[in-house]
Design a protein around this ligand. Structure first.
Ligand code: CTP
Ligand code: CA
Length: 218
């Protein structure tokens, strides 16, 4: 094949990226959320665009600027994120970095008052966006999930890869100061094995991953 320059390696490709947390309302002022700054997902979206991809970034509530060359769609809840992912198809690849709330509750229409005591919430599981996408007949050719773990990091992530049916999973060791920080230590788990990357700035992890995705789609 003819070598493309590194800068245009992803030209003509469409890639979906999810990033940030989701917020599940309890009432008009309170939410259930996960911890996620969105930094790693935004960096990945920017790095993919930097290689020439058309990137649809579906972002939960974060306070980050949109990376250059990226189409951004803001959502609040897991169900909104799921719908935005479906609406963005077809795509060549999807990188689901978002920390999606696993459960939602029936939200009150009016503000709950503290004087009435702690509310009893009725919980419902949220859709698994990654597993749902991987099961679709029109799924992207390459689906990359993330797994933030504190214990048995690689084994838990390998089990998640199999359970959700994604192609690659990035095991993120969040036992240190990764959450909200500038650096990340990851293991890339593919069909052929596990690669452990040295701790590096999130921007550097993003560039390396974008490069690997470009090679895989080639
Ligand atoms: N994910 C998703 N939809 C959900 C939950 C998770 O798309 N409702 C995606 C995340 O974006 C990530 C991957 O699945 O790419 C793994 O998320 P994680 O929370 O680690 O996995 P869970 O299956 O929810 O397991 P647990 O939280 O119990 O570890
Ligand atoms: Ca989860």
């Amino acid at each position: 094949r003819t070598e493309r320059t590194s800068a245009g390696k992803l030209a003509g490709r469409h890639i979906i990226v999810t990033a940030g947390p989701t917020h599940e309302p309890i009432d008009p002022v309170r939410v259930i959320a996960n911890r996620s700054s969105g930094k790693q997902g935004f960096a990945i979206a920017g790095a993919l665009a930097g290689l020439g991809a058309r990137v649809t970034l579906i972002a939960g509530p974060v306070s980050l600027p949109t990376p250059a060359g990226v189409d951004r769609s803001d959502v609040e809840t897991a169900r909104e994120m799921e719908a935005a992912v479906a609406a963005a198809l077809p795509a060549d690849a999807a990188v689901l970095v978002a920390a999606v709330a696993d459960w939602r509750v029936d939200a009150a229409a009016s503000k709950l008052k503290k004087r009435d005591g702690p509310p009893s919430l009725s919980w419902h599981p949220n859709p698994d966006i990654l597993a749902g996408l991987a099961g679709r007949p029109d799924r992207p050719r390459l689906i990359v999930g993330f797994a933030a773990e504190t214990d048995n990091v690689v084994a838990e992530a390998q089990a998640k890869r199999a359970r959700k049916g994604c192609d690659w999973i990035i095991a993120n060791d969040v036992s240190g100061d990764v959450m909200g920080g500038e650096n990340n230590a990851i293991h890339l788990i593919t069909e052929t094995g596990v690669e452990s990357w040295d701790q590096a700035p999130k921007q550097e992890v993003a560039r390396r991953l974008a490069d690997r995705i470009a090679d895989a789609l080639d």
